[in-house]
Design a protein around this ligand. Structure first.
Ligand SMILES: NC(=O)c1ccc[n+]([C@@H]2O[C@H](COP(=O)([O-])OP(=O)(O)OC[C@H]3O[C@@H](n4cnc5c(N)ncnc54)[C@H](OP(=O)(O)O)[C@@H]3O)[C@@H](O)[C@H]2O)c1
Length: 264
């Protein structure tokens, strides 16, 4: 464990997966933590992270609601947030017209509205101090029209674009914005997003969340604007700008359509 710095890192969606790994790296780097997720499992994550010897405060709040964002904000509003890792997000498989609209809206509310609402509040605080680092977890999915995960990919396209734009707006300050673009990563994301009947859900060559988190964390500390994690994600990010959207949508269909798991 590195020396305790007394600096504060806020990590959303830190109960499992990439967010938990991001929080673990920050704890080992000596940051105090405020971690947030919607379900009670965040308490267990808090206990495990505290064993790394850092101060951990846990907030259980639904960041897909204005109330949830306010609950988290009230915990940090009058403190110096050195690092914000806006990672909380959810997926949703199946054809758009077969999805429950409230579930689809929850994806937008969490991934887009909740994320930018928190970034707006913390970002202003950082701009006033002229210091701070923001990591937004986008996705390689944001470069691909996501047939059978249409809303999710749309939210990540928003975040990929938003992050780049905000980084530009802040380029004359000492506040940096980094967008991490993971490819398929071995977390609970696919089970939670009802994607286990798809080929991508069953793919057993997904990236390790610890590797993905390390890539994002290091890029954030360097102030890099955008980083893809894993070799295949880098390849996909490169080709996504060249291959026509209609072809990408068809490729996405082959990995996300329900029933494609049987072809794996
Ligand atoms: N896994 C992948 O293949 C992949 C690829 C690209 C990008 N990503 C992105 O990486 C991020 C982390 O996902 P993951 O793969 O690590 O999946 P995960 O294990 O399912 O983690 C998602 C985290 O977000 C939290 N969360 C979800 N909805 C929330 C809400 N409304 N309010 C507060 N917290 C909420 C979850 O906590 P609760 O369960 O308590 O809600 C959990 O802590 C997401 O933004 C995801 O879109 C994942």
């Amino acid at each position: 464990m590195a020396e305790h710095t007394g600096e504060l890192a806020v990590v959303t969606g830190a109960s499992t997966g990439i967010g938990y790994e991001l929080a673990k790296i920050a704890a080992t780097d000596g940051y105090d933590l405020v971690i947030c997720a919607d379900e009670a499992k965040i308490e267990e994550a808090g206990r495990k992270l505290a064993q790394l010897g850092t101060k951990v405060e846990v907030v259980q709040a639904d960041l897909g609601t204005e109330h949830g964002v306010t609950v988290l904000w009230e915990k940090i509003a009058d403190r110096k947030v050195d690092v914000l890792m806006a990672n909380a997000g959810r997926g949703l498989g199946h054809a758009f017209l077969d999805q429950d609209f409230e579930e689809a809206k929850r994806v937008v509310d969490t991934n887009v509205t909740g994320t930018i609402s928190l970034v707006h509040k913390v970002g202003r605080q950082m701009r006033t101090r002229d210091a701070g680092r923001i990591l937004i977890v986008g996705s390689i999915a944001g470069f691909i029209p996501g047939a059978f995960q249409a809303v999710y990919n749309g939210t990540k396209a928003f975040l990929d674009s938003f992050s780049e734009a905000l980084s530009n707006e802040l380029k004359e300050t000492n506040v940096t914005v980094t967008c991490l673009e993971p490819g398929p990563t071995d977390t609970e994301f696919f089970a939670r997003g009802e994607l286990m009947d798809s080929s991508v859900g069953q793919d057993d060559s997904k990236d390790d969340p610890a590797m993905v988190a390390r890539t994002g964390y290091d890029a954030m500390q360097k102030g890099t604007r955008q980083v893809a994690s894993g070799f295949m994600s880098k390849v996909q990010a490169t080709f996504a700008g060249i291959i026509p959207d209609s072809v990408l949508a068809q490729m996405h269909r082959k990995m996300a359509e329900p029933g494609t798991a049987e072809n794996t």
